[in-house]
Design a protein around this ligand. Sequence first.
Ligand SMILES: NC(=O)c1ccc[n+]([C@@H]2O[C@H](COP(=O)([O-])OP(=O)(O)OC[C@H]3O[C@@H](n4cnc5c(N)ncnc54)[C@H](OP(=O)(O)O)[C@@H]3O)[C@@H](O)[C@H]2O)c1
Length: 281
Amino acid sequence: MKVGFIGTGSMGSLLIYALIQSGALEPRQIAASNRTPSKVRQLSLRYPGLHESQSNRETVIRSNIIFLCVKPLEFKHVIDDILPVVNSNHIIVSITSPVQLRHLESSLPCKVSKIIPSVTHQVGSGASLCIHGERMTPEDRSVLEGLLSHFSRPYQVDEACTRITSDFSSCGPAFISFFLEQWIESAVKLTGIKRADACALAGEMLLGTGKLLTEGGYTPQELQARVAVPGGITAQALALMKNSLDGVFDSLIHTTHDKYEEDLSKLDEVFRAGEINRQQY
Ligand SMILES: NC(=O)c1ccc[n+]([C@@H]2O[C@H](COP(=O)([O-])OP(=O)(O)OC[C@H]3O[C@@H](n4cnc5c(N)ncnc54)[C@H](OP(=O)(O)O)[C@@H]3O)[C@@H](O)[C@H]2O)c1
């Protein structure tokens, strides 16, 4: 199997790292191209054998599965660029949430899927959200999910739930880290604990909590009940958080969804313009 990457910024290079590090692929099975070529050069030096394509079209020609790892508004430009060399056997995978399967299926003659990865894949962990297009056969789906399963837990979701599921799996590490950062800063300021100690303890705690919620069979509610003795210290602090954070998560979800809708309407415009141009010529 040959896998291509168009865009080797933060997520493209992370996925390449995860695929190689986990043993899913050897570098010689990967071809990559990027707008700024030096980024691919660095990857080919780091992973000898990885093919440094001279163009996005070359990446497509050399690959069976191609991950498009560019930002939402760059998609249409990349699709127009590669279109002449895409055939019906290619599998093209978008890693960005607002680009819809209908955008991809209406502009490409091949099989398409949407995968929302997470920074947690850097340590072989976390869910990779999978939304497959209609042209993906059961074998195609299992090949793609098989690749992802080397460094993540593939999780099929409905496209209508893309944003909220991405909030948890993809934005979640930033949200939880923000929460921990605020907690750690207060701890350093008020108690004198060393920042490094607080960070290490917070990380260990989060790792263990994640395991209890995945392998341990706990729900978040059950976990609180397990730790908080009625009338005890934890229970009192939980009551404080319940009051202070009232409504915060509603606002958080409105914020991510409003931005998603904004990106989606821009993309609808860009892809509709492309459709009209095709009909005119
Ligand atoms: N960050 C996350 O945790 C995360 C998680 C899930 C999904 N995503 C999604 O992943 C996508 C990429 O995010 P990112 O953080 O990786 O962004 P990024 O670091 O800016 O990487 C985007 C890359 O695309 C390249 N590029 C742009 N136009 C191109 C073209 N025409 N041909 C080839 N390469 C091109 C850019 O090249 P230059 O070097 O010239 O800029 C850049 O290296 C976004 O849509 C984001 O929503 C991100």
